[in-house]
Each structure stands twice: as structure tokens, then as C-alpha cells.
Write a protein of this length. Structure first.
Length: 289
């Protein structure tokens, strides 16, 4: 094994050891892994088919047959939560990918060019921030109709200025550094410097921000589904399950408790995971705590 490969392996092993020494990371990783595993398993197996409406089994409380009970159509709540988890994860993941894929290059470009380019891009960011994901989804839905794709677009657009700001702030702090000045003196252009020097040094901040936006994406997807702008029936969604349960809270509170717990656990796990990553990737922050 080459020296470079050995060093890379040792670095990875050191990162894993530091990560799992963080209580926040361990708890967040465990919760996130359970949710991800549940979503993965739902592609191959669920206790009951959620597209079938066995009305004779409607509104049954939790039991050995239906561990979390059934809804007003007789569908198994556990099966719906499992299938709904993959919808929430998919929407949040793609939306974060859109935000990062567009926002990071814009932020790095603004930091590299400065002047009027930086000013225009930042004012554009402020304009996008003025339209929250829900309002953006309403406008997009008015044109293209409701659905998971439009929810992804709306949340993704809202993520763009977030990643642009993080990338710009990190890049601006690096451009005056000596190693960047040396790279410029060696004849490297802004694009090459950004790829070789800027992005590797701001990757940790982008990773932590990505976990935060992932959690917010899950919440946004649930909110959009709750108002009917997210995934449409018969595809289960945690937000839609909460909407259907709101008129039956006194009769069957479990209809809202279980999907609500799924949302809370997922968001909590991702936030703890991000908090643990920030501890590992930023030792100064850990010492301050």
C-alpha cells in the first residue's frame, strides 16, 4: 500500500474514531440510520399494502395485528409510515442536492469575482429568501399543479441562497490566505483555485449545513403535504397523515401521534448528526462548549 493510501486510511480511521466519540453524533447517526433503513426496507417489504383500502379494518387501535393501528380507510399506520419515510427522505435529499449544486458555485463565484457580481448575486439571494418554500410551492403549484416534484423544486430553490451564503462566507475568508496567494502567483486562475483549494477547505461547513437543510427539508415536505401541495394520494406522506388525523384526534389520537413522532425523530436525528459533525470538524467549537 502506498504512503498516500496509508495516510488516507489513517485519516479516515481517525475521523470515524472522533465522530463516534461524540454523543450527539452517535445518537443522531443511530436515529438517522433507523429511518434510512426503514425507508430502504419499504421498497421490498411492508406489513400491509398501502394502496389497498380494507374499509372493514378502519380505525382499529394498535394491536398485535396492526402494531400502530389503522386509519379511516383501514390502512396500516406502520406501513404508511414506512412508505412515507422514503418520500420524505427523497424529497429532502434531492432538494438539498439542488440547493447545494446551484448555491455553492454561485457563492464561490461571488467570492472570487467580488465587485458588482458579488453584489448582484447577494441581492438575488435576498430576493429568494423573501419567498419561503411554502409560498414558492403555492406559486409553482398554481402553474404546474400539486405533487412531490413541485415540492422538491420549491424546497430546492429555497436552499440555493442558504448554500450560496455559506460557500461565499467560507471562500471570502480563504482568498486572502497565503496558500491562495501562492497559487495565484503560480498562475492558477480563480476557477482552478476554487476547485483545488477553496472547495476542499469549506467542504466541512457545507456538510454540516447540508444535514441542517436536510432536516428542514423533511419539515418543509411535511408542511407542504399537510396543506395538499406535496405528495398526492395514494402515496402516503407524513404531513398528509397529520392532515387526515386532525379531525379524529379525540377518537383516535394515535393517528397523529405516530406520524408526528416519525417527523420529530427524523428531524432530531439529523440535527444531532449535524451537531456532532460540527464538533468533529471544528475542534474550536467543541472547546468552546
Amino acid at each position: 500500500m502506498s504512503d498516500a493510501a496509508t495516510t488516507s486510511t489513517e485519516t479516515a480511521a481517525g475521523f470515524v474514531a472522533k465522530a463516534f466519540s461524540s454523543r450527539s453524533f452517535v445518537i443522531g447517526f443511530a436515529i438517522t440510520a433507523v429511518v434510512a433503513l426503514m425507508a430502504l426496507v419499504s421498497f421490498f417489504w411492508v406489513p400491509y399494502d398501502v394502496t389497498v383500502l380494507p374499509v372493514a379494518d378502519r380505525m382499529k387501535p394498535p394491536s398485535a395485528t396492526h402494531l400502530l393501528g389503522t386509519d379511516h380507510f383501514g390502512r396500516d399506520i406502520l406501513s404508511m409510515i414506512m412508505v412515507g419515510s422514503r418520500n420524505s427522505i427523497a424529497v429532502a435529499l434531492v432538494a438539498v442536492g439542488i440547493g447545494m449544486g446551484l448555491g455553492v458555485p454561485l457563492g464561490c463565484w461571488a467570492a472570487a469575482r467580488g465587485g458588482w457580481v458579488d453584489e448582484v448575486l447577494m441581492r438575488f439571494n435576498d430576493l429568494v429568501f423573501a419567498f419561503p418554500a411554502l409560498l414558492s410551492a403555492i406559486m409553482i403549484t398554481a402553474i404546474f399543479g400539486p405533487g412531490a416534484i413541485n415540492a422538491i423544486i420549491a424546497i430546492g430553490i429555497f436552499n440555493v441562497p442558504v448554500f450560496a451564503r455559506v460557500a461565499r462566507a467560507g471562500a471570502l475568508a480563504l482568498w486572502p490566505r497565503e496558500f491562495i496567494l501562492a497559487a495565484r502567483a503560480a498562475g492558477k486562475g480563480p476557477a482552478l483555485i476554487t476547485v483545488e483549494h477553496i472547495l476542499p477547505n469549506i467542504a466541512s461547513a457545507l456538510l454540516v449545513q447540508g444535514t441542517i437543510q436536510f432536516a428542514l427539508g423533511v419539515l418543509a415536505e411535511a408542511g407542504l403535504s399537510y396543506v395538499g401541495l406535496g405528495a398526492q394520494p395514494p402515496m402516503p406522506s407524513w404531513g398528509r397523515m397529520l392532515f387526515d388525523a386532525q379531525t379524529r384526534m379525540m377518537v383516535a389520537p394515535y393517528l397523529a401521534i405516530f406520524p408526528g413522532m416519525a417527523i420529530v425523530a427524523t428531524v432530531l436525528g439529523l440535527n444531532l448528526l449535524g451537531d456532532g459533525l460540527s464538533d468533529v470538524l471544528d475542534p474550536k467549537l467543541r472547546r468552546q462548549r
